[in-house]
Design a protein around this ligand. Structure first.
Ligand SMILES: Cc1ncc(COP(=O)(O)O)c(C=O)c1O
Length: 447
């Protein structure tokens, strides 16, 4: 499919005739929950190219919201899934042992930051990894309260949604949420209410937790955990200032609070390291993973915690923590093990660093455009924040901008007023240059 630059390619403006049939049927019968930003009906994908049912080919810079880490249909991942499917499609991982389950747990535990031994609980998705962490944190500390962040996204199940505060519409109509969840401002320097105007970050947003929240509302000895995305994803790909995550770590240590890193989106190489916590040099007590682990094959989520916490939690008479029928599905485990092996055998980190360098090279020019407020970048993640939505300006711009992208054969996901470029790691230099040319042209053309 990718021979001799046969992409991007529009043969019939989407949605073409075959896509229209599928779009119409799905719009008639499927839940209306799905936003469906693009009227594309996908037929297949290979590395960074997706093809729709009418034969149009697009370069993908969404990576299935950071899922397609090594690219669509990596042959080694596909082969591993096919082989596993030929053996047994399912067996309850809570009840039986099998090799891929054991291998995956070992691999993830050894990859995790910090020197302490880790244990791994496998589930089915990012939101389930978060649910597991909430239960584990409350149960092992015996404390009820949890601190989360404004701008955070942790999934759509009730625990994850209770911690989520990136878009009010996601919570609208679903109250009441889990009690004792307290949201505080994130380390978002560009929009910081505490020290945006100052030369350097004062970490006032962290000291506020101790000096205000803990003294006036939430006693620290009632707090089980702080849940943090090391890079806020759905909140706009916000990279916190240097020292921020260390300051949270120290705060947690002072009060016996668990630090939970939700690396569902920032993990598996996105940040330039396997986990974004490693960029900051911190060792969280619990870590939530999903998305990029398998390169696209769900169900798979993982909650990691130190052996010490696990022992405390799983003491006599308290061994049952959590579980699912599909815990550690054998196909998902096989996909994950194969996908993580690709990191070793194909120098994926070499490619990740190449993507990071190219982002860093192309972003400054975009940053100087009058439509752009701020650009942010870390590893393979690049975010271009356009003039704020509250001016009403962006809402009229957004549909035209995204139509422009589609007409120019690139898939970029709209996220509020942020355009983010989040390619699979299989993206080539030319392909990444192409998207930057398209974004530049879009900003020049559309006012
Ligand atoms: C940081 C974070 N946590 C949790 C989730 C939920 O993961 P899932 O969609 O697999 O339930 C997401 C999804 O985008 C996420 O970005």
């Amino acid at each position: 499919m990718t021979a001799a630059r046969d992409y991007p390619r529009i043969v019939t403006p989407p949605p073409g005739p075959k896509a229209r049939v599928i779009v119409e049927k799905q719009n008639t019968w499927a839940s209306t929950s799905y936003p469906k930003e693009y009227p594309l009906a996908i037929a297949r994908g290979e590395r960074a190219v997706v093809e729709d049912v009418d034969g149009n080919r697009f370069l993908d810079f969404m990576a299935g919201i950071a899922v397609a880490s090594t690219g669509y249909g990596h042959p080694k991942v596909v082969k591993a899934v096919q082989e596993a499917a030929g053996k047994f499609l399912h067996i309850c991982g809570s009840d039986f042992y099998y090799e891929s389950f054991a291998n995956l747990c070992e691999r993830l535990a050894k990859l995790a930051p910090g020197s302490s031994k880790k244990r791994v609980f496998l589930s089915n998705s990012g939101t389930e990894a978060v649910e597991g962490a909430i239960k584990l944190a409350r149960h092992s500390t015996g404390r009820p309260a949890i601190i989360g962040f404004l701008g955070a996204f942790h999934g759509r199940s009730y625990g994850g949604l209770s911690l989520t505060a990136s878009k009010a519409v996601q919570r609208s109509g679903f109250a009441p949420f889990l009690p004792e969840i307290h949201h505080v401002p994130y380390g978002y320097r560009y929009r910081c209410e505490y020290c945006r105007g100052e030369d350097a970050c004062t970490m006032r947003c962290v000291s506020w937790i101790e000096q205000e929240l803990f003294t006036k509302k939430v006693p620290p000895d009632s707090v089980a955990a702080i849940f943090v995305e090391p890079i806020q994803g759905e909140g706009g790909y916000v990279v916190p200032p240097a020292g921020y995550l260390q300051a949270l770590r120290e705060l947690c240590d002072r009060h016996g609070i668990l630090l939970v890193a939700d690396e569902v989106q920032s993990g598996i190489g996105r940040s330039g390291k396997m986990f974004a916590c490693e960029v900051a040099g911190i060792d969280p007590d619990l870590m939530c993973l999903s998305k990029g682990i398998t390169g696209g094959f769900l169900p798979l989520g993982a909650t990691l915690c130190s052996d010490a916490i696990h022992q405390e939690f799983a003491g006599p008479g308290r061994s049952f923590f959590h579980g699912h029928s599909y815990t550690g599905n054998p196909l998902a485990c096989a996909a994950a093990v194969a996908n993580l092996e690709v990191f070793d055998t194909e120098d994926v980190f070499g490619r990740i660093h190449g993507i990071a360098e190219q982002h860093a090279h192309r972003l400054p020019q975009i940053a100087s455009h009058p439509l752009v407020d701020e650009v942010r970048q870390i590893g393979t993640i690049a975010a271009i924040e356009l003039k704020a939505e509250d001016t009403g300006y962006f809402s009229s711009l957004k549909p035209r901008l995204y139509k422009f992208f589609l007409d120019h054969d690139v898939l970029l996901r709209p996220l509020g007023n942020v355009i983010y470029v989040l390619p699979p790691y299989s993206i080539t230099r030319d392909q990444l240059d192409h998207v930057y040319d398209v974004i530049t042209e879009a900003l020049e053309t559309i006012h």
